[in-house]
Ligand binder design. Sequence first.
Ligand code: FMN
Length: 212
Amino acid sequence: MNPTAQRAPIVLAVSGASAQPLAQRALQLLLQADEQVELVVSRGAIGVWQAELGIRVPSEPEAQERFWRERTACGSGTLLCHRWNDQAAAIASGSHRTRGMVILPCSMGAVGRIAAGVATDLLERCADVHLKEGRPLVICPRETPWNLVHLRNLTALAEAGARIAPPVPAWYHRPTSLEEMVDFLVIRIFDNLGMSLGDLRRWEGPAGPPPA
Ligand SMILES: Cc1cc2nc3c(=O)[nH]c(=O)nc-3n(C[C@H](O)[C@H](O)[C@H](O)COP(=O)(O)O)c2cc1C
């Protein structure tokens, strides 16, 4: 990878599916790793934050940056928040360099609109840009069960070059808390971008080290 690409930001996009705590932990780990993060939270996600956790995420970028800095208790890295419908933001253009984009979690609505090439907000436009530029796009769909329309849309996105990485837990690392499970899911998702966001008890075969 060339040095310019290495310095480019990661886009973290959050849509209105359940599992907002995964997005918050991803943001925290990225900032702790001193990454440059461009964050876009969809209007639907703002509603889910409110419904799931009783938290009001501000729409305006400056207020949102203060909000996330406080919530993640992290002052490192750089954080640039975008308004959900600001399609004039730099990340809406392919000329703006990024290292890739992760949509965590990704609603079935966003999956469908991105698969159809319809960009009704910044998140969808930015995903469209990553596909057209051939840059890494990791989509973490959260719904169960998937109907045939969901499966076809996800297939179309995989065919267009996206990586489909649903946040599905594993037990081989022997989690003892929800926090451990969340970290496992987030770190495995960012594995898809070749990033190491933390230590993980990875499977080393049945003869590997016994769990602590
Ligand atoms: C509490 C709550 C949880 C939701 N969970 C999901 C979900 O897991 N997956 C999904 O596709 N939609 C879910 N929805 C519906 C989406 O939020 C809704 O379709 C929304 O329009 C998506 O907006 P967005 O795609 O612009 O983010 C949920 C809604 C609420 C209020």
